[in-house]
Design a protein around this ligand. Structure first.
Ligand SMILES: Cc1cc2nc3c(=O)[nH]c(=O)nc-3n(C[C@H](O)[C@H](O)[C@H](O)COP(=O)(O)OP(=O)(O)OC[C@H]3O[C@@H](n4cnc5c(N)ncnc54)[C@H](O)[C@@H]3O)c2cc1C
Length: 338
């Protein structure tokens, strides 16, 4: 389905009403190839948009927005000790988690209620409550956006990093993910070490895939605003990973600052804590604001423009840099003119 001059309001979680010159929802590899031919002929820029839960539009998009809507969840292989299941890029991520939990499969229950489509999961290497997509992605099928050829990326070839992968860096916008294979476990091997997760699971009656999913949903509901009510894109910034020596010096100055060891010589700091310490929690600049319960989340109180949200994020970056000497990096991707 191709529409001209279509609003992307339904396709971004900030609820911003910008327009795409052309909006193409594609349901099969053949449709993607037809679109590639068209795009190559007219030379238009394009952007691949899933559910728009991690993007911030700042203007109309004068090109083609390609929305992968490939459906389908399948069990592919049960012969080994794991179950391999596949899902089309257009499947809602949380419906895959629900599907998996309903069958008693483990591995993705900690990632419950992360909004978005399956296609973005390996791109973003989504993560929450101590789990990351990289731990369960077996392989990724993607179409080359220049010539329409298909390629399978095994897990190691995806070069996963913190909220990142080869699809977000070296091959940014060059491959469209069509299908993802996940390695799930039929037996319970739960990861409950994060925050209050174990306590909530116990309160619900003990560790089962369904209880872990419900516990995650309960905890998330108390912390994060629902984009259907208050536009937002979850964490606006990444948690900075810095040299552990520098982290040690900061800890001397700010003894209550949480510091998490991140492998050799590196430490991760919670961006939300840094932002809160700069006094941003609950503050507004017009209709763009910092959420009152979670300083890492920038919200649209209704009439903010994409640019106003960018301006607020720049102010936040400036004050964190002035106070802590740390440059925050946005997790959210800005699409459009600034
Ligand atoms: C309330 C809220 C809570 C959130 N919580 C979390 C959380 O706990 N953990 C977390 O990791 N994230 C979280 N996020 C961020 C977001 O949900 C994830 O990044 C999600 O994967 C985005 O999916 P999407 O389909 O909306 O992707 P989009 O936002 O549309 O796209 C994200 C990126 O992926 C690219 N892309 C999308 N689909 C494809 C494809 N098929 N092929 C190639 N490239 C593609 C886009 O070009 C873009 O670069 C949250 C967001 C919100 C609004």
């Amino acid at each position: 389905m191709i529409c001209r001059n279509r609003s992307v309001k339904e396709y971004n979680s900030f609820g911003l009403d910008y327009r795409a010159g052309m909006f193409a929802s594609v349901e099969s590899v053949d449709e993607i190839r037809e679109l590639i031919d068209m795009k190559n002929e007219c030379g238009s820029p394009y952007f691949i948009l899933g559910g728009g839960n991690n993007v911030l539009f700042t203007s109309d998009y004068d090109g083609i927005i390609i929305h992968p809507a490939i459906p389908g969840i399948e069990v592919e292989d049960t012969s080994g000790e794991n179950v391999v299941a596949s899902a089309g890029a257009g499947v809602e991520w949380d419906s895959l988690v629900e599907w998996s939990v309903a069958r008693g499969f483990c591995g993705i229950e900690n990632l419950s209620h992360i909004p978005g489509r399956v296609g973005a999961v390996p791109v973003q290497n989504i993560g929450a409550y101590g789990s990351e997509a990289s731990e369960v992605v077996d392989s990724v099928v993607a179409v080359n956006m220049d010539d329409g050829s298909e390629r399978v990326f095994k897990n190691a070839e995806c070069r996963f990093g913190y909220r990142s992968s080869i699809f977000k860096r070296e091959l940014k916008n060059r491959y469209l993910v069509t299908k993802v294979f996940f390695r799930l476990s039929p037996g319970g091997n739960f990861n409950l070490g994060y925050g209050s997760l174990e306590a909530e699971v116990n309160r619900l009656g003990g560790a089962t895939p369904a209880n872990v999913r419900q516990a995650v949903i309960n905890i998330r509901a108390g912390k994060l605003p629902d984009p259907a009510v208050l536009g937002n894109a979850g964490s606006f910034f990444k948690n900075p990973v810095i040299d552990s020596h520098k982290a040690g010096l900061l800890k001397e100055r700010f003894p209550d600052m949480p510091v998490y060891i991140e492998g050799e010589g590196l430490a991760k700091l919670p961006a939300g804590w840094l932002i809160e310490r700069c006094g941003w929690k609950g503050r507004r600049m017009g209709d763009a604001g910092v959420h009152e319960k979670q300083a890492l989340v920038i919200v649209n109180y209704g009439k903010a423009t994409g640019r106003q949200i960018v301006e607020l994020s720049e102010e936040i970056k400036r004050s964190v840099c002035d106070r802590f000497g740390i440059l925050l990096e946005p997790e959210v991707e800005v699409v459009g003119a600034i």
